[in-house]
Design a protein around this ligand. Structure first.
Ligand code: NAP
Ligand code: G4F
Length: 332
């Protein structure tokens, strides 16, 4: 039975990846942090066989301890401050967790394996945010980086550390340069979920309007369930490498609004959405669109959920959730 340790198990991707690995017969260990973490109950409900290990990406001894408990064949480092907007407000913490956290996990593997890093396969959750002010379109594994946020800078550090440990210690270390991926499990702070939840609430009469920032930014949005499959495939190859994972389509926030409001039969959202300076960023990533040719040809990976279907799935899920919450509140 292969053994995997996942940091960030309580996040969107951690849940999908944990489910996927458990379904493949892995013994799955998930790193959880803090006292009374309320998300633990969700993890245990969705992945009943999960074994939880306490640890924090800011604390190297706890990561070494996690390696000793899990004895992993594969380590997936998904833990991070992942919200770009927050990364300006807590830039130092973002550097510590999203950037230095990668180095600490690599060091924990190096110490645990007594320098024989090829024994443990490592996946780093890198990001299309590293491309930032893009130098070419579409973006590939060879496109130069120009990050635009403390988050993007921290991810770029983590990416190069992963490459460096591969080159320095013969680590089986892969960096997945994943473009935006979403799902009904997406955090409410990200624009897709913020929109689909607000659309559900507006259509149910629970909310009047929605405040957003830049409506002209373009993103390459795919389904998180597809993207964790690409992570797993990267660690099954003969040799470690870096891969772009994306759909190859890009859409604006305005198109996202069109699809989400149309799902509840509202075609004109102009009077329902305001722009609020609080949601504009100090520096924006205007356009992301990835070229996942290498992932398709080497990993045999391709996305299965198109943009419209993804957003409709999220609106439908938020309608169910918000109806249930409203009914529960009415009963109290
Ligand atoms: P997410 O839902 O925000 O989950 C982040 C996870 O990191 C949570 O489980 C969180 O745990 C954990 N974490 C935060 N600080 C930690 C710390 N100090 N020590 C240990 N764990 C900590 O993110 P996601 O969307 O699943 O993304 C997974 C990874 O992929 C992230 O690294 C993200 O930056 C990267 N990525 C995401 C996308 C995307 O579009 N989703 C695209 C490219 C790359 P708590 O529950 O304790 O807070
Ligand atoms: O949904 P977002 O916050 O995602 P962003 O910044 O693209 O980052 C996500 O994808 C990255 C991969 O490229 C990941 F690495 C990262 O961890 C995260 O998962 O914002 C998307 C776009 C931005 O251009 C933002 O300015 O939506 C724009 N936007 C406009 N109004 C808004 C809002 N974003 C948010 N979160 N909230 C708004 O009100």
């Amino acid at each position: 039975m292969p053994r995997a340790l996942i940091t960030g198990i309580t996040g969107q991707d951690g849940l999908y990846l944990g489910e996927l690995l458990a379904s493949k017969g892995y013994e799955v260990f998930g790193l959880v942090r803090g006292q009374s973490n309320p998300k633990i109950a969700t993890v245990e409900r969705i992945i009943p066989s999960i074994e939880l290990v306490e640890g924090d990406l800011t604390d190297l001894p706890s990561l070494i301890g996690a390696m000793e408990i899990a004895q992993p064949d594969e380590v997936y480092n998904l833990g991070a401050i992942s919200f770009v907007g927050l990364s300006w407000k807590q830039a130092e913490l973002t550097g510590e967790i999203t950037g230095m956290g990668v180095l600490r996990v690599l060091e924990a593997i190096r110490i645990h394996t007594q320098n024989d890093m090829s024994k443990v396969r490592f996946y780093q959750a890198s990001s299309s945010e590293m491309f930032g002010k893009v130098r070419e379109t579409p973006q590939t594994e060879l496109t130069p980086f120009h990050p635009r946020s403390p988050y993007g800078v921290a991810k770029t550090f983590g990416h190069y550390m992963t490459v460096n440990y591969r080159e320095s210690y013969d680590a089986y270390a892969c960096s997945g340069i994943l473009f935006n991926h979403e799902s009904p499990r997406r955090g409410h702070e990200f624009v897709t979920r913020k929109v689909t939840r607000a659309v559900a609430r507006i259509s149910l009469g629970l909310q009047d309007s929605l405040s957003l920032g830049n409506l002209d930014a373009r993103r390459d949005w795919g389904f998180a369930g597809d993207y964790v499959d690409a992570m797993w495939r990267m660690l099954q190859q003969d040799a470690p490498d870096d891969y772009v994972v994306s759909t190859g389509e890009t859409h604006t926030i305005r198109e996202l609004l069109d699809v989400a409001f149309a799902r509840v039969g509202m075609d004109d959202w102009s009077g329902l959405v305001q722009q609020d300076p609080r949601f504009f960023r100090p520096a924006e990533v205007d356009l992301l669109i990835g070229d996942a040719t290498k992932a398709a040809s080497v990993l045999g990976w391709k996305p299965t959920v198109p943009f419209h279907q993804l957003i409709e799935m999220m609106v439908d899920n938020d309608l169910l959730t918000e109806r249930k919450l409203a009914a529960d509140a009415a009963r109290v």
